[in-house]
Design a protein. Sequence first.
Lengths: 109, 303
Amino acid sequence: MVGVATLHLTKNNFDEKIKSGVALVDFWAQWCGPCRMAGPVIDELAEEYKDKLAVAKVDVDSEPEVAEKFGVMSIPTVILFKDGQEVGRQIGFAGKAGYVQLLQKAGIQ
Amino acid sequence: MTDVFDVIIIGSGPAGLTAGIYTSRADLKTLLLAGEKWGGQLQLTTLVENFPGFPEGIQGPDLMANMRKQAEKFGVEVKDESVKEVDFGEKPFKVNGYSARSVIIATGAEFNWLGLPSEQRLIGKGVSSCATCDAAFFRSKKVIVVGGGDAAMEEALVLAKFAGEVTVVHRRDSFRASKIMQERVLSHPKIKVKWNTEIAQITGEEKVEGVIFKNGEKMPVDGVFVAIGHNPATEVFKNKVELDEKGFIVKILKNGFNMMTSVPGVFVAGDVHDHFFKQAITAAGYGCGAALEAEKWLSGLTV
């Protein structure tokens, strides 16, 4: 279900992995239907944008602290970070077009 | 793309995918446009206990993944594409630019929000349409579920596993949910019910802090889960096939066909036409029926 290009983040490596460059982080859980729809789409983006950004996933089941820290109360939620700062957020599965739009708003083509 | 499909199925819930299993096994070249959010309403559920063949129940998303796998196995081409444009005025029919000799509409129904500005502003900040997805964020918190059908009962029961207190708010004095689901809710120690009550406003800036009911009463809560039913997803079919006053697709029973719309060769299945049952298993049954009739209609075409 999860592509090789996608990084899995925990509370121990989260800050380190997103502190520089652009990172798209997918907050998800196994028991969430829309997250399972989003999963393969996120994996595709990881492949297509691999030269421009890091794509990562946070399993909110095993990492509730990370979800809490970013105020995630609904999944799937995808947050876009630039040098550690949040620059965009998509709540709910929006299809590939929705995620591409999130990237474009932040100036990533 | 100049290929002409035998059948284009629009929708990927139990109706659409069942139709696809039947048309592909009938050797009809089938394209299924699943929508970007594929899988229909069952993608937002947990354990489905009333779908025959699964005595221990099956998770809604697993059931839909299985149905999709089964349809693809027999050769259905599935695209996660939402339908924006149809033309049933001439043959072959056109759907998003793809051509087909017949069409099965199985777009199901779309989620109804309460329609409050405060609700839209707070989606993902305490307002949710999916308890299965979001219940775990409300551990030990106070939440409201709005609605009185099976979906609302399930939301309340899922939330009760995590939340400290669940209140079901319903605008009538009785639920329309199935008896077994009602009983589970009404006997649950963590779940209360507020009858004859409607929400006027959801309060909170950064996240949900409470609600104000139409009678002026206030209640502090951390989450509001909406489950007030669905409307048929027929926007794209307006003026293309006959709809009733509520937007459901109308079936025209003639020439021995039971699943045909006002356009011969365009069939319908599932919640997009079903006022009455709205169950996964009836949708699947209608999908089967529509597929068999599409096959029959196509064979008549070539005679």
